[in-house]
Structures are given as structure tokens and as C-alpha cells.
Design a binder for this molecule. Sequence first.
Ligand code: NAG
Ligand code: NAG
Ligand code: NAG
Ligand code: NAG
Length: 416
Amino acid sequence: MGLNEQQNVPSQRKIIVFIVLAFIPIALFRLCFNNPFSSIKDTSLQDSAANVVITSFSSSSQEEESQESFDHIQDEPLCDYTQGNWVRDEIGPLYNGSTCGTIKDGQNCFRHGRPDSGYLYWKWKPNECDIPRFDSNRFLDLMRDKHLAFIGDSMARNQLESLLCLLSTVSSPDLVYRNGEDNKFRRWRFESHNVTVSVYWSPFLVAGLEKSGNLDHNVLHIDRVDERWGNHLERFDTVVVSVGHWFLHPAVYYESGSVLGCHSCETSNCTEVGFYDVFRKAIRTTLRAVAGSGREVILTTFSPSHFEGRPWDSLGACNMTKPYEGKVLEGLDLDMRKIEIEEYTAAAAEVRLEVLDVTAMSVLRPDGHPGPYMYADPFKNGVPERIPNDCLHWCLPGPVDTWNEIMIEMLRRWKV
Ligand SMILES: *[C@@H]1O[C@H](CO)[C@@H](O)[C@H](O)[C@H]1NC(C)=O
Ligand SMILES: *[C@@H]1O[C@H](CO)[C@@H](O)[C@H](O)[C@H]1NC(C)=O
Ligand SMILES: *[C@@H]1O[C@H](CO)[C@@H](O)[C@H](O)[C@H]1NC(C)=O
Ligand SMILES: *[C@@H]1O[C@H](CO)[C@@H](O)[C@H](O)[C@H]1NC(C)=O
């Protein structure tokens, strides 16, 4: 299906914001909490925004050969993995909804009865290079004796849970810590490699309060990081940061202890300042704090949802079974990503920082969301008129596995 690119962007943005606002209370609160024709050759290109090397890998190549090709590309120029297409991949995912025990219920689309499986058989093919299939042993070797922390909202958790499933194909994670409603804070150990992986719930990254029973808006202190992870920075070697959708909620913002303004402030008596600048400052504050502590940082860019103007509880809200071709980023997705890329570019000189730029590849995957399969067997009693849909998170296995395939290349570059 082609996309209508003539749409009025501002009004579409309002709709998206409205949809996300309508959906988040249910979705987030309840859920949360090679070219086949070529033989092996290294293909990599320079890209100023994306400092990553991805080597070519053909599906017919042997693992040893592809690893060999890794080893001589360390100093080669970089590939822009963000430009490409989803191409059919007959091999399919490394894991499935029955082999991985840590898939969040709402994202276990297979177990919840999603009937189509075509969405599992796509791989991201950058125009200029190829992404090797995820190699769990390689990942664990790269992270040996290290601690990788995911910090952010439910998209950070979605990426973490994909990684756990990918890794559990070779080594099973031991859950050594859990705390917080809905497992918001958890830590696993891979004793085989002395690797620690953890997740910290922090949907704004900066200090603040999430809206709850008697607070109808969020409160953010945009000049200091959330202590829940900030106090643990020295424990981490590498941090993956992923946020975005929570910034669309009504909120009051503080800077240096004074009210800066608010967003969607119906009840509070302060100036509407929107959320884009606040989002920017939260990212900046976070990158500075992590840079100051000398940790490695991977900033995962905004993950697009696919409500596309439809109510979150409408039948067929995101029932596509194939990727889009040639959809361009626009509206909220475009603006949120742009802010992240700008802040990454400004901070990158001072710190080991990479941007995991997933927005454009992910916007092409309307077929990758749970939709009504956020709940088990949604159509067991027939087809209702209204049905809750998750068109925000990603099914596991699903497109988010690709994010981790790209991430491993970043870790590999830091290792050398
Ligand atoms: C999941 O993967 C396992 C091991 O590869 C396989 O035996 C099983 O049939 C798969 N299950 C489904 C439902 O695809
Ligand atoms: C595991 O890694 C930590 C560093 O993260 C190190 O201090 C410790 O000695 C390692 N343990 C083993 C058994 O190698
Ligand atoms: C709201 O802001 C106006 C203008 O700054 C001020 O005069 C008024 O007292 C404020 N009201 C409340 C309830 O704070
Ligand atoms: C998606 O939902 C719409 C509206 O219910 C329906 O008309 C369409 O046939 C559905 N498409 C698929 C692939 O199920």
C-alpha cells in the first residue's frame, strides 16, 4: 500500500498525540509496566551520524567466514544502516514464543493466537551493507565481565526482552533481582560469561513523578537525572537509553527548582511550552551525566507507533501483515528522532556514544505490533466492534530483534 504523503502534518500530529494519550494509560500502565547474489565481501560506508560498521553477510556464507570478515574491518569506514528495505528472509527468528520464557505476555503474539506468521520472515537490508545475524556467543564474549543496563520506558524493556530471548538460545539468564510493580527494575546474570544485564524503569530519564491516582499529570525536573539509575551509574559499563512516548502526557516542568512551564496543562496555572524542548533537555541532561561518568552509551531513537489516526480500540487498528515500502518519516516520529540525532551529534565528541537509529526502519513495520493479540485469543467469542490494540510495542520475536543485531556491531567497535 502506498502512503498518502499529502496529509496535513500538524493535524495528523495532533491526532497521533491524542491517540497516544488515549492509549498510554492502558497500554503502558497495564502492559508495563546481502545481497543474495554476491558472495562474501565487506561492504561498508562512511556515515557521519551513524558510527557503526556492519559487514556484509550472505545467507549462504559460513559463520567462520563472516567472523573472519569482521576482523579486518575494524578500521574501515562506516556503513549507513538506516537506509534500506525489509527483504524476505526464509530463515526466520532465532527463538520463538515457546522457546523463550521471558517474553512479556502482551508481546507474545504467537502464544496469544496471532494467526499470521509472515511478519517473522523479514530482515533489514541496508542499501550499502548487510547486518549479520545475531550471534549470541559473540555478544556474551563482547560483554564478558561487564554490565549492560537498559534505561527508559516500555520500549527500552521491549528491546531488553528481545535481547534476553536472543541470548537465551545459548545461555540461560538467571534473574537475580526484581523490584517495583510490574517488574520495573530487574537484573539478570549470565554466569557462563560473567555478564550482567539489567533494566531500570525511567520513562523521562530525568527526575520526576509519574501521574498516578491523585496526580493527573507528570512532573519533570529537566536539569537532573532520575536517581533510580543515576545513583547506580558506576555499576554499569554500557547503558542503552530508550524513551519518548511518555513525554506526550500532560506534565509540569521544573528547571533549577522553578516552574519552567507545562504541557497540556488544563488544571495547572502555567505556560504551555510543549514537550519537544523538554524532551531535548532530558536527553541532554542524561547524556551529560553518563558522559561525565565515563560510561558507554547507546541512544535508541524514537520507536514509531502505527495507530495512524485510528482509535486505539478500533477493529483492525494495526492489522497489516506486511511491511510498508517507501514510507517516509513525518510528524512526531520525524521530530522526536531529529532531536535525538542532534543531541547525539552534540555530545558524541565527549563520550563513547552511539545512536541506534531505528526510527526509519521501524516505521516501515506496521505488521510487527501485537494489535489485538496483546490479549490471548481476542476473537474467541467472535469479532467485537471495539477491541484494545497495542500498535506501539513490538511482538517478540519481531522487528525489535533487528535493533539488537545492529547494537552488537556497536559493542564490537568499542571492544577494538
Ligand atoms: C519453537 O522452536 C523450537 C526449537 O527450534 C521448535 O521445536 C518448535 O517447534 C518451535 N515452536 C513453534 C511454535 O514454532
Ligand atoms: C566478573 O566481572 C566483574 C567485573 O564486572 C569482576 O570484578 C569479577 O572478578 C568477575 N568475576 C569473575 C568470576 O571473573
Ligand atoms: C495563575 O497565574 C496568574 C498570573 O501569573 C496569577 O495572577 C494567579 O494568581 C495564578 N493562580 C493560581 C491559582 O496560582
Ligand atoms: C483489517 O481491518 C479492517 C477493518 O476491520 C478490515 O477491513 C481488513 O480486512 C483487515 N485486514 C486484514 C489483513 O485483516
